[in-house]
Design a protein. Sequence first.
Length: 296
Amino acid sequence: MFEEKFDFYDKTVLKSYDLDASARYQLKMLDSLDNFTRKHSENVANLTCRICDYLHLNKNFTIYCTTCAYLHDIGKMFIPPSILQKPDKLTDEEYEIMKTHTTIGYKMCMNDLNLRPYSAGPKFHHEALDGSGYPSGLKGSAIPIEGQIIRVADEFDAIVSKRQYKSHIGITDTLKILIENAHSGRNNIHATKALKKVVIEDTMLEISSTIDYLGFLRDNIKRLKQINRYERKMKVASTKRGKSYYFEGMKLLFRDGENEENYITILQEYNEALVARSGIIDKLNAELKEIKKLKI
């Protein structure tokens, strides 16, 4: 059965910049990361690219900033798996080790001429405007704008994604945390505003995607019910010609993979999917309303 899929981290903007062609060497470094960190790096890069787009930054800087974001956690390949993949909260000692991924990643980039231009990603993405970040405790304009943008994207994905050691937090609550961080002077307020626009856009797209999928389900339920009516008529038809007529009608309505043996099961699956997703639209609209109310 067809399943609707909505990717919050849509890559449309990235594809428009042809990043795979322009930064193939840099991005292949992600192959060395564990799957969770690789996915996080890809998510942060997508968010970073779209934040840059909403900030109306030029194409070259957007490509640069996005590549920095892809590489921001590259130093984690040298963090022990027992710490990186620990299911529980890290101890203070373990957290200090985890923090070294910033300086490790920076050194990796500086030691490779192809990666050196993007060393700001690993170095600055955990620095905070109020000086409470790491590794250097930099403040304000001492943190380059690419670091400030990547920090916002990184925090959002880190919180909203389900980590091993904490429960999932919803998108609206995650935005509230980032807005508080902007109001308290830790995060770039303009990047946070741009992130909110990204979230609003994706929530609206998810609503549209869900509506389209519900339409797909209803159309197919209607078609399969028609097949069922033909089958019932075929069974009670008194002539061979009548039975053949309704059977041919059934065959005309079948889609790939469907036949007289499995279509009832498929119909049940579509009905179950329709019930499961019918309430999603209201929930998404309510969430969108709450997101729009958030003040930055």
